[in-house]
Design a protein around this ligand. Structure first.
Ligand code: GUN
Length: 308
């Protein structure tokens, strides 16, 4: 039987609609809308697309979104200067530095920059303080993608308590916090990664399977047992015609997208998994819209904290 498709766009819209009243209340008490600053360093095309989307969604919701850009030749000091300027700015509730930073800044730069964001403005939830608060199930900012996954499961009436959740991927911004948030929902959680032997044997035990690996269509039907809820966090752009044809052999609509644009988005989950799973999040239109909604929610929460 075909899986139930979880509509991330509709859930994201519902969350953003619910924020409208709260945004009005912030405006009334602070005399200004919630303020988000996005810093984009360099010219990574995917980052430009993400940032445009965050900017538009924030402005449509009635927030003030300020875009700061620096060239890829910027120094770490210049990046930190922007962060520190907004740390000290009372009209700024949230600071987001788009990842990845240019490689020329060095491999440690990203961590140094995330460390510099004041925890009360860390609406991305990437700082070690935020990670610690999430691990201890305390109030703070959870990273937007895993927080969005929880919101999505709750709003889709998918029970987490007592279920076995398997998270594939152990990144600091998705895999690890995802596991923590599922644990706080009383799921039994297993984290798998690239060095897990016999991955399919592990993932087949999942009631809820979260794929956050960053490899197109890696989770195939053989990784999934019937009845599993599959959450696909991956957003990969496939530009190779043979790879697209192989992945979308049974999905002519998606192949038509490739033929029109020369690229097509695919998650970490193979589209044929929809024939096995009980429910699945699509790509695009699944987890992606939730990430942005949770960024808005975190920024409003930060502004509310300032207005008390
Ligand atoms: N790059 C890809 N996703 C994200 C995100 O959610 N936040 C930031 N800062 N960078 C990203």
């Amino acid at each position: 039987m075909a899986a139930r498709i979880i509509d991330g766009k509709a859930i994201s819209q519902a969350i953003r609609d619910e924020l409208k009243d709260r945004i009005s209340q912030v405006k009334a008490s602070l005399g200004r809308p919630p303020g988000l600053v996005i810093l984009l360093v360099g010219d990574d095309p995917a980052s430009q697309v993400y940032v445009r989307s965050k900017l538009k969604t924030g402005e449509d919701a009635g927030m003030k979104v300020t875009l700061e850009t620096l060239p890829s030749s910027a120094s770490l000091e210049q990046v930190l200067e922007v962060v520190n300027r907004y740390n000290a700015d009372d009209a700024c509730d949230g600071i987001l530095v788009q990842s990845p930073l240019p490689k020329a800044l060095g491999h440690a730069a990203e961590q140094q920059v995330f460390d510099a964001i004041h925890p009360s403005k860390d609406v991305d939830g990437f700082s070690p303080i935020s990670a610690g608060l999430v691990a201890q199930n305390r109030s703070g900012f959870a990273p937007c993608t895993p927080a969005g996954v929880i919101e999505m499961l709750q709003r889709s009436d998918i029970e987490m308590a007592g279920k076995h959740a398997v998270v594939v991927g152990r990144s600091d911004i998705v895999g690890k916090p995802m596991a923590m948030l599922l644990l706080h929902q009383n799921a039994t959680v297993t984290i798998c990664h690239s060095r897990t032997p016999d991955l399919a044997a592990m993932t087949r035990q999942a009631d809820i399977l979260v794929a956050a690996i960053g490899r197109p269509a890696m989770i195939t039907a053989e990784h999934v047992s019937p009845g599993t809820v599959v959450v696909d966090v991956g957003i990969n752009s496939v530009t190779d015609a043979a790879q697209a044809a192989q992945i979308f052999e049974n999905h002519p609509n998606r192949m038509a997208v490739f033929e029109k644009r020369g690229s097509v988005l695919v998650g970490d989950v193979h589209p044929d998994v929809a024939n096995v799973a009980a429910a699945i999040t699509p790509v695009p239109g699944g987890v992606g819209p939730l990430t942005i909604a949770m960024l808005m929610a975190n920024t409003v929460k930060s502004a509310e904290g300032r207005s008390q």
